[in-house]
Design a protein around this ligand. Sequence first.
Ligand SMILES: [Zn+2]
Length: 272
Amino acid sequence: MPEWPEMETYRRLLNDRLCGRKIVRATVNRAKSINEPEDAFVAGVTGTRILFVERRGKQLVFHLDDGNRLLLHLMLGGWLACGPEGPKEDDAFQIILEFDDGDHLYFGGLRLGHLHRMSAKQANEELKPLGPDPFDPRLTPDAFRSRLAARRGKLKSVLTDQKLVSGIGNCYSDEICFDAFVYPGTAVPSLDGETVERLYGSMKKVLAEAASYGGYMDKPLTPNDRLTGGYDSRCRVYDREGEPCVRCGTPIVKEELAGRKMFYCPHCQKAE
Ligand SMILES: [Zn+2]
């Protein structure tokens, strides 16, 4: 599932490409991907311009010039493509938006994901439960510590809870724990102050680095997109079971935690 760095990469690329563009046609191939009758959605978006694209946690918010918003959650397996024609290897797109300059935005893999049209007020309500962005200046080390202090669960489960901090999922929770030398299955109440401070620093470091390399998505936004997916080969532990730890050479271990995969180095990452 795309997380903070992947959605941040999309946000940057889409803002460069789509700001000010007018939607001249909309096609919906999967009614479940939207939140209103197809006719209403198509009539509602056609003729509007995209003012800018915002990211909230793992979601994108397209601000339209009629005051409405399009809320995109890619969930598991969703992806985006841009261009005059869709990528040839996969023409099963759930939604397609066409713009006044002939460009298209293709929404693929929206089996669980969705693109919902709503008012600004509804969008704010929808996004209200989300915790702060990892880079929100109000999320100081102290604020991070007190948010964690209220939790009882295992570290990985807590880090991936969008109400604690928004945007961290299965991959980056493991990468952050590796960077901070902490076992992701550690119970949060047993973390000491120093470790929490390290986690805070690692969270920002790992996410910023991953975004600077374009995240790990394997599908480029356009054929010329050299940014998207550059972090895939740089993940240190995620999906690297049995491979040597980049710090100590010990094989990376995979475990299950509450039904999710968890990767870590059993030598460098000790339980507190
Ligand atoms: Zn190691």
